[in-house]
Design a protein around this ligand. Sequence first.
Ligand code: PAF
Length: 309
Amino acid sequence: MSPRDERRSRRDHAADTRLKLVENVVDLRVAVDAARASGRTVALVPTMGALHDGHARLIEEARAADPDALLVVTIFVNPTQFGPNEDFGRYPRTIDHDLIVCGRANADLVFVPDVETVYPGGIDQPACVVEPPASLATVLEGAIRPGHFRGVATVVLKLINLAHPQVAYFGRKDYQQLVVIKRMVRDFHLNVLIRETATVREPDGLALSSRNRYLSDDQRSAAVVLWHALQAATAAVASGERDADRVRQILRAAIDSTPAAKLDYAEVADASTLEPIDRLLVERPAVALIAARLGATRLIDNVALDLPS
Ligand code: PAF
């Protein structure tokens, strides 16, 4: 489909629902300013599209939290958060389907900017960026995907500045991203409340992800090992395990038991600072994070390691 036909198709879809489709900054600002002037809250759900039930749940939760809010979903595949050898070019773009999901989940407005709109100077020109602290951004995903969280933080700041929301929603599935965004909001005094929503899972426990569609049938069956590993860790902690290294071993052993899955990392970290911890303590909330490859597809997942107080 040519870009022009694609734009026409998007508009046709939006016209079928109460959804307003916006592709430029002026129209976005007009809608947002009008909502705020009339006393409505603006709620933002940033996405890269390829929307699945996890995104639908995020939008539905935002709607349920405030039935009167102007609920803005952004769909933008952000080039600056992809490394040179990553899947930016083949990242799924399913705009017609996405608009249907947004309409059904009762979003009001979908902002679908192009790269020039979000990056006015282009992405190859020197520009201001958000540099999250290395302790958050160069570990775990950041160690494997250098620059990823710079790209995420930069685009999220842009989207917050553009949509001017009072509240923005992010899923716990991308836990490290959530931590980076919360830190940015705190450090830059952004006047926006970050709300986090639970990971949505398939019936067998696999976390929903836009990348699950790349899995072959065999890889899809094997992918549930990430959830099994996290469950094994949770069970060990529930039975009294407090040694974080032992929990890491449990995570690693579970992934290693599935030959189709190759572990990237298995970590037990402080839930706010992502610092690896030695012992699980009631007063220091912790999270178990894992990443594994199924063929060329990397999947990530995490759980909070809650201790009985
Ligand atoms: O989680 C995502 O889909 C993206 O990283 C986000 C937050 C929309 C920024 O591009």
